[in-house]
Design a protein around this ligand. Structure first.
Ligand SMILES: [Zn+2]
Length: 256
């Protein structure tokens, strides 16, 4: 099985490691706090992908390794925990749409900064990497470039928005906008913002910011392709943040 190249120290998590993480380390209280600070109301829809990129999956789910499995009917977080320990997903997300009585009434705007959206001086563009079967492969240099872009984009967005969230996503960084009036922006307005930011050269995924893609990686979940915990940061922590070494984003199965 061909594997994506990753920065030294990052690797795929095994099923046993996913199990350990979701059994012992995953903490819904932190997630609840994070959603509370975002100011978003109402129920959150979660989504899991079992093994789309790593091809590591519980055998009984071999036909669903790339399926996006939605958790929207849960009664409490214990139920989600049971799902997670059954599916042992490679990735866990939440739906940025806001709903009222089942209708979409808005969306939380987010920016997804990833290595595939920039040209790595060592490994080339996404197209060049894809030709080598390494579309999602990335190196430490590219990850550092993404970090520096995230610092600049946060600064840029701070001129317009007053309530931003910053998250280390495992392969890059996310910036969330939590300003109340931004939740009701139209698709066109979000698309304009995405185009403006892209036009300034930031390595963002336009599809995420416009809302064509509604899922975003869940803070405090495990990114099973790199074995890192998706971790919210303050902007003043970002310059010194080392995504490969920082103990906050290292799951306990990688510590000793
Ligand atoms: Zn590279």
């Amino acid at each position: 099985m061909a594997r994506y190249f990753l920065p030294k120290g990052m690797r795929y998590s095994s099923l046993g490691e996913r199990d350990t993480f979701y059994r012992l380390e995953f903490d819904f209280d932190q997630i609840k706090k994070w959603f509370k600070s975002s100011g978003r109301m109402g129920k959150v829809i979660f989504a899991a992908v079992i093994g789309r990129h790593t091809r590591i999956f519980p055998p009984k789910y071999k036909d669903d390794i790339s399926t996006t499995i939605l958790f929207d009917e849960y009664k409490n977080f214990n139920e989600i925990s049971d799902f997670l320990l059954d599916f042992l997903p490679e990735s866990l997300y939440y739906d940025r749409n806001l709903y009222e009585d089942g209708e979409i009434v808005g969306m939380e705007i987010a920016f997804d900064l990833d290595p595939e959206n920039l040209i790595c001086p060592l490994h080339g563009s996404l197209n060049e990497k894809m030709k080598r079967g390494q579309g999602l492969g990335f190196c430490e240099t590219a990850l550092n470039m993404v970090k520096n872009s995230a610092i600049k984009l946060y600064d840029e967005l701070s001129k317009t928005f007053s309530h931003l969230g910053l998250v280390y996503s495992g392969r890059g960084f996310h910036i969330h906008i939590f300003d109340n009036d931004s939740f009701s922006w139209s698709y066109e307005k979000r698309k304009d913002l995405a185009d403006t930011v892209l036009g300034k050269g930031f390595p963002i995924d336009e599809w995420v910011t416009s809302g064509g893609a509604r899922l975003i990686r869940l803070p405090f979940s495990l990114h099973g392709m790199v074995s890192r915990i998706v971790y919210p940061l303050r902007i003043d922590e970002l310059a010194d943040f080392n995504p490969i070494e920082d103990p906050r984003s290292k799951p306990s199965f990688l510590k000793d």
